[in-house]
Design a protein around this ligand. Structure first.
Ligand SMILES: [Zn+2]
Length: 254
C-alpha cells in the first residue's frame, strides 16, 4: 500500500498490524549521457514499491532529491545540502513516529545519501529517546535502517554476470537497465560514436567542478551502452526480493 494513495483510516488500520514503513530515497542528478536524471529516485521508488507489494508493508512517498552536491557541475542536477537532507529525514520520520510508526526502512538509490541519512538516523533515535541526556524510558524505540538496493549479494552477482567490470560506480549499467525496464519510452539512443572511453575512468574527486573535469560525460567506471530493459526486469526482480527479505528481518528483529 502506498501512503499517498491511502486514506487516513486505512493507515490507522495498518498500524494495528504493523508499525513498519518502507521509504524510498533517491536523487535527482546527472547519470551520464544516456541515463535519466531521475534514475536514483526512479529505481528506489520502484524497488521499494515492489518490496511493499511482497510484504504488505506501507510505502511512504519517495524522497526524490538527495545529497548530490558533487553532481551540480552537470545541468539539471538538484541537491540538498547535508544539513537540509538531515532536517528533511528528521521531520518525515518524526511525523510518522508521532502517529505510532517505529520501524523506518529506507530503500536507497544513491550512494551519496548514505553518510547523511545515517547522520539523520543518529539525530532521530537520540531525540525520539528523549534527547541526549534522557534517562532510560519505556517509550517505543524508533529504529531507522538504510539499504542500498544494488548491494545485496544476488543483485551484485547478476550485475557481475551481465556487465563484469563495466558495471561501474556511477551511471551504472544495471541502474540504467532498471530505468529502461520501467520507462521504455524514455530510453535514450546511444551516440553513434559510442562512449569514449568505452568504460569510464575511476578515481576520487573533490567537489562538483573537479568531478566534471575528471569525468567529462558524468560516468564513473561504467559502460551503460550495455544496458537493456530485459536486464532491468531481472535486476529489479532480484532487488525487490532481497529488499523484501531484509525488510521482514528488520521489522521482526527484537
Ligand atoms: Zn545512480
Amino acid at each position: 500500500m502506498l501512503l499517498h494513495l491511502a486514506a487516513w483510516p486505512e493507515v490507522e488500520d495498518y498500524l494495528k498490524r504493523s508499525t513498519g514503513i518502507i521509504i524510498p530515497i533517491g536523487s535527482t542528478e546527472q547519470h551520464g549521457p544516456t541515463g535519466l536524471i531521475g534514475t536514483d529516485a526512479i529505481t528506489a521508488e520502484a524497488i521499494g514499491a515492489a518490496a511493499g507489494d511482497k510484504t504488505g508493508a506501507l510505502v511512504g512517498p519517495t524522497i526524490s532529491v538527495g545529497m548530490a552536491l558533487h553532481h551540480l557541475g552537470f545541468t539539471g542536477s538538484i541537491s540538498l545540502r547535508p544539513t537540509t537532507l538531515i532536517a528533511y529525514i528528521h521531520d518525515y520520520v518524526l511525523s510518522l513516529a508521532r502517529a505510532g510508526f517505529t520501524r523506518f526502512f529506507f530503500v536507497n538509490g544513491h550512494g551519496g545519501n548514505v553518510a547523511t541519512a545515517n547522520a539523520a538516523f543518529a539525530e532521530i533515535t537520540a531525540e525520539a529517546a528523549g534527547g541526549i541526556g534522557a534517562m532510560p524510558s519505556n517509550r517505543p524505540e524508533i529504529r531507522c535502517k538504510l539499504v542500498n538496493w544494488w548491494d545485496f549479494a544476488p543483485v551484485k552477482a547478476l550485475s557481475r554476470d551481465l556487465y563484469g567490470n563495466a558495471e561501474g560506480m556511477h551511471a551504472t549499467a544495471s541502474e540504467v537497465s532498471v530505468t529502461q525496464y520501467l520507462y521504455r519510452d524514455h530510453i535514450k539512443p546511444v551516440p553513434a560514436a559510442g562512449m569514449s572511453p568505452r568504460i569510464a575512468p575511476v578515481s576520487h574527486f573533490f567537489g562538483a567542478a573537479d568531478y566534471r573535469r575528471r569525468f567529462p560525460d558524468g560516468r564513473i567506471g561504467s559502460d551503460p551502452t550495455l544496458s537493456r530493459p530485459e536486464h532491468g526486469e531481472r535486476i529489479h526482480a532480484a532487488a525487490a526480493t532481497a529488499v523484501a527479505d531484509a525488510y521482514q528481518t528488520f521489522v521482526g528483529e527484537t
